[in-house]
Design a protein around this ligand. Structure first.
Ligand code: JCH
Length: 235
């Protein structure tokens, strides 16, 4: 089995520069993953290398034309002898969550289509949905509008790549995280608060129970704190 491959297609390749930093950058250096960023403009034809046009039906803004997208997507797909997950970022997509991150972390080839303007001609989604070697997902990262898909692709890539075996130095932290916090009633809870040294800081003490060495007491206190935080979020 070869390493997972990620292709990102965008008119702003520099937006993806952070993929060379930190944990994700290290994962590339250690050849645990293969990330390739492509300039959509390289797949535009015609003297002006135009990638957008006016919307049918009228309205403000521009729409990205289908042909440069199909050329770019076909070009990256033919490099890989695996099924392709085509991820089209859009505010109208299914909300990205941790379950989707786990699912995508098991795939061999992900292609991220990062549009700009008012988005990509919808026939690109429709066309690749008819291709048996592709699975197409329209994904949103949240209910707010960005200027394009690049930042959404960065968010999703970071969430996925940290789940790939060998990427995180201490797998125990991933293991702990995968057992999401639940109380006695099996309700999903948010994280409890964390503390480190010094024991007193600007007049604020670390809760005494965390210094007690009593692991049963600590576990009960943490669950209580998670319940308090979860209730607060519901207000
Ligand atoms: C995007 C846009 C449609 C502006 C163009 C491509 C994703 N969660 C999330 N928020 N925003 C995005 C996103 C993803 C890709 C693109 N835009 C800008 C798109 C609009 O209304 C029709 C307005 C935004």
């Amino acid at each position: 089995m070869s390493k997972p491959r990620f292709d990102v297609i965008t008119i702003f390749p520099d937006y993806l520069a952070p993929l060379s930093l930190s944990l994700v950058g290290k994962a590339q250096e250690n050849e645990l993953i293969d990330i390739n960023v492509h300039d959509l403009r390289d797949f535009a034809t015609g003297v002006h290398k135009s990638v957008d046009d006016t919307p049918y039906g009228g309205g403000a803004g521009m729409v990205m034309a289908p042909e440069p997208w199909a050329s770019a997507i076909d070009s990256v797909a033919e490099k890989v002898d695996q099924p392709h997950e085509l991820i089209i970022l859009t505010p109208a997509g299914k909300k990205f969550d941790q379950a989707t991150a786990y699912e995508l972390a098991s795939k061999e080839h992900l292609i991220f289509a990062c549009g700009r303007y008012e988005g990509i001609d919808f026939r690109v989604t429709e066309h690749y949905r008819t291709q048996s070697t592709f699975t197409v997902r329209e994904i949103s990262i949240g209910d707010y509008v960005l200027n394009g898909g690049e930042v959404a692709a960065l968010v999703i890539l970071e969430a996925i790549i940290r789940l790939i075996p060998g990427v995180i130095g201490n797998p125990a932290s991933l293991e702990e995280e995968s057992h999401s916090i639940r109380n006695g009633s099996d309700q999903q809870l948010v994280e409890y608060p964390s503390y480190t040294k010094p024991q007193e800081w600007r007049g604020l003490e670390v809760p005494a129970v965390l210094l007690s060495g009593n692991h049963g007491e600590i576990a009960r206190w943490r669950t209580q704190q998670s319940e308090i935080r979860t209730k607060k979020l519901q207000e």
